[in-house]
Design a protein around this ligand. Sequence first.
Ligand SMILES: CC(C)(COP(=O)(O)OP(=O)(O)OC[C@H]1O[C@@H](n2cnc3c(N)ncnc32)[C@H](O)[C@@H]1OP(=O)(O)O)[C@@H](O)C(=O)NCCC(=O)NCCS
Length: 182
Amino acid sequence: MTGAYAVFMAELPEPSGLPGKPTTASRTTLSHIMTQNEVNLLGTVHGGVIMKLVDDAAGAVAGRHSEGPAVTASMDEMVFLEPVNVGDLVHVHAQVNWTGRTSMEIGVKVLAERWNESTPATRVATAYLVFAAVDENGKPRRVPPVVPGNDRDRRRFQEAQIRRTHRLARRREITESRQRPL
Ligand SMILES: CC(C)(COP(=O)(O)OP(=O)(O)OC[C@H]1O[C@@H](n2cnc3c(N)ncnc32)[C@H](O)[C@@H]1OP(=O)(O)O)[C@@H](O)C(=O)NCCC(=O)NCCS
């Protein structure tokens, strides 16, 4: 293994020791037609409805990959690119981008198309979530390392590792800043 991917692999957290699982084993799509029940005061679909679908799809992926219960630890970089309308058929595509010892980053892409037209779907939102696999006592448990199957998944893995590094650095920096007088 050579190049930037090899460098990132060398910087990974302590491995879980479990056998690896391919990205494709848990990749999932959740589809839903938006109705009047889901609109906000502006008449478009409420962002919270999309966030719930994102969390649901990501949770299914995390549970499938880790073969047991998994809880949302954080949700970051939820980006809304286009409004979603009543009558849109929304597809929420989710996959494991990265795994640590007990946590997983799930990448989610949301596409929308008119339910009764064969026009191309539009990308309306993206998100990255971290799930922790937990045991029956709610304590973190080890997850199988994800094995990216192609260059696109390897790139997602690398980028997730960058986000992980930044999340940890930000948390550490904020914790340290709270210990200093204002
Ligand atoms: C998520 C949770 C299990 C973490 O427990 P903890 O005792 O802090 O355990 P750890 O510090 O060992 O963290 C476990 C893993 O989660 C990761 N993690 C914890 N908090 C995180 C956060 N805010 N952002 C990103 N990753 C986080 C850790 O880096 C670690 O990953 P690793 O083992 O791959 O390195 C715990 O905080 C929890 O139960 N939270 C509530 C979850 C919940 O109810 N979600 C909503 C409903 S599903």
